[in-house]
Design a protein around this ligand. Structure first.
Ligand SMILES: O=C(O)CCC(=O)C(=O)O
Ligand SMILES: [Fe+2]
Length: 206
């Protein structure tokens, strides 16, 4: 079994206990120099693609760029397509190794999303695909422009939101993905680019 408890805790981390779910937010998990360095590296070394999906018989592009990296074999089905990961880059491995102690999960893949400007976004969803297991630990690293991350309780309508800043780490865990959805809405207040990395444990069952 992978460890389920953090091995150490960032003293500045905020434990946020929601109804039916848990968040840990570390606003300055990376130093400014580290965060600037990773932003620059990922903009140039990642193989960014514009993916899309079929909706009402039409091919619709997602309003952001995406990339998928990880251990060989950690394929992931998402919006009707199966994504096969590219091999870890040195920077992605470094970021993964630095967040594993805080998150307490042995991540084998990462989904990267690049929001080119305020009009790029991600709609309401939960990360509840069966490959992620029952109560997944998902660690989200934020680089570049600050964007608003919104959560809503699906049954009871509670809301929560955070401004995810450059160099921060947000961990989603517990039963959160069963009861809450999250989104990154479009905004006219932000023009800069943002990269988000969500580290995940993909379970191989097939
Ligand atoms: O960009 C973000 O902060 C959220 C990304 C996300 O929800 C996802 O990749 O599933
Ligand atoms: Fe998500």
């Amino acid at each position: 079994m992978e460890p389920q408890l953090p091995l150490f805790s960032d003293p500045a981390s905020q434990h946020i206990s929601l109804k039916d779910g848990e968040l840990v937010y570390c606003p300055q998990f990376f130093t400014l120099q580290e965060a600037d360095h990773y932003m620059q590296q990922l903009l140039t070394t990642i193989h960014w693609r514009q993916e899309g999906m079929k909706m009402y018989g039409k091919h619709v592009l997602f309003p952001r760029l995406m990339a998928w990296y990880g251990d060989a074999g950690s394929s992931y089905a998402f919006s009707g397509k199966t994504y096969t990961p590219e091999a870890w880059t040195p920077e992605l491995l470094e970021i993964k190794d630095s967040i594993i102690p805080e998150a307490g999960a042995n991540f084998n893949s990462v989904l990267l999303n690049r929001y080119r400007h305020g009009k790029d976004s991600m709609g309401w969803h939960a990360d509840d695909e069966p490959e992620l297991g029952v109560n997944p630990v998902i660690a989200s690293v934020n680089l570049g422009a600050t964007r608003r991350f919104m959560l809503r309780h699906v049954k009871e309508g509670h809301r929560f939101e955070l401004e995810l800043q450059h160099g921060s780490l947000l961990i989603m865990k517990g039963t959160l993905q069963h009861y809450w959805q999250h989104q990154v809405p479009k905004t006219t207040q932000v023009s800069g680019e943002r990269i988000n990395l969500t580290f995940r444990v993909i379970q191989y069952t097939r």
